[in-house]
Design a protein around this ligand. Structure first.
Ligand code: NAP
Length: 251
């Protein structure tokens, strides 16, 4: 079940958190994984964890917002079976607390990054009439999240990109889905917590937004990605898989 032997995967932002867990899980299932990240130290750590566990991985330094660098990566890697657009950054603030520069910065990584990498690698998948593209969106791509104007704006775009790609290209053998995590305990959330006057209280409140009363773990998002990457999910395209502990259901 969910065997990825013989498949080549690229996971962006795999030097930390959710991306690292996805890279580890794919490698454990037999895939050859390219760990792409801005952060060379984190990327090297991910590769070391994978190889120590007997998997196959290589690190590539990549800024997903750099279209030229992404183009060069296609020449280096060739065809992909699985692409996970995971690299993403956050910002806290209402529209009045968000500058144009903040919005541009988030847009460059969270939206242009998904555009750049998908556009560059999609022809390699279409040529072989197979492939799975998985975008890591967010609960913030489905419902509004208080004080996250720029972030929510970009994550709604990621959900829209996923649906549009599915409509335009699913008939050609490539599938496109996104995963919408709620709060997941990663450096991304740990850094946010440090911005609160009382981080422990903020931690409790963040955990309580999910019906299950706790945050997610990166390994739980990796399990969802593993399903969407595998041939067992062949029926699934254009989906937004909620992995949010029930947050989006309502209160
Ligand atoms: P994380 O721990 O901060 O890891 C993100 C990784 O992406 C970091 O290694 C980061 O490098 C890298 N990165 C940032 N900008 C990049 C760029 N331009 N090009 C390549 N790599 C880049 O974050 P995470 O929590 O695992 O989040 C991963 C994804 O899940 C994001 O898209 C995020 O929006 C989404 N998500 C997270 C949560 C959550 O609660 N954690 C919830 C919903 C959705 P640097 O450290 O050098 O910046």
């Amino acid at each position: 079940m969910f065997n990825l032997t013989g498949k080549t995967a690229l996971v962006t932002g795999a030097g930390s958190g959710i991306g690292r867990a996805i890279a580890q899980r794919f490698a454990a299932a037999g895939a050859q994984v390219c760990v792409a990240d801005l952060d060379a130290k984190g990327g090297a750590e991910t590769v070391a964890l994978i190889t120590a566990a007997g998997g196959r991985a290589e690190f590539v330094a990549l800024d997903v917002a750099d279209e030229e660098a992404v183009g060069a990566l296609v020449w280096r890697l060739g065809a992909l079976d699985i692409l996970v657009n995971n690299a993403g950054i956050g910002h806290v603030g209402t529209i009045l607390q968000t500058t144009g520069a903040d919005l541009d910065r988030l847009y460059r990584v969270n939206v242009r990054g998904v555009f750049n990498v998908t556009k560059a690698f999609l022809p390699t998948m279409l040529a072989r009439k197979k492939g799975s593209v998985i975008n890591i969106a967010s609960i913030g791509g489905i419902v509004a999240v208080r004080d996250r104007f720029a972030y929510v704006t970009t994550k709604f775009a990621v959900v829209g990109i996923t649906k549009q790609l599915a409509l335009d290209h699913s008939a050609e053998g490539v599938r496109f889905n996104c995963i919408c995590p709620g709060r997941v305990e990663t450096p991304f959330v740990q850094n946010r917590l440090k911005e609160y006057a009382d981080p422990e209280k903020a931690y409790r409140e963040m955990s309580a937004t999910q019906l299950i009363g706790r945050m997610g773990r990166p390994e739980e998002i990796a399990a969802a990605a593993h399903y969407l990457a595998s041939d067992e999910s062949e029926l699934v395209t254009g989906a937004s898989l909620m992995a949010d502990g029930g947050w989006s259901v309502g209160k």
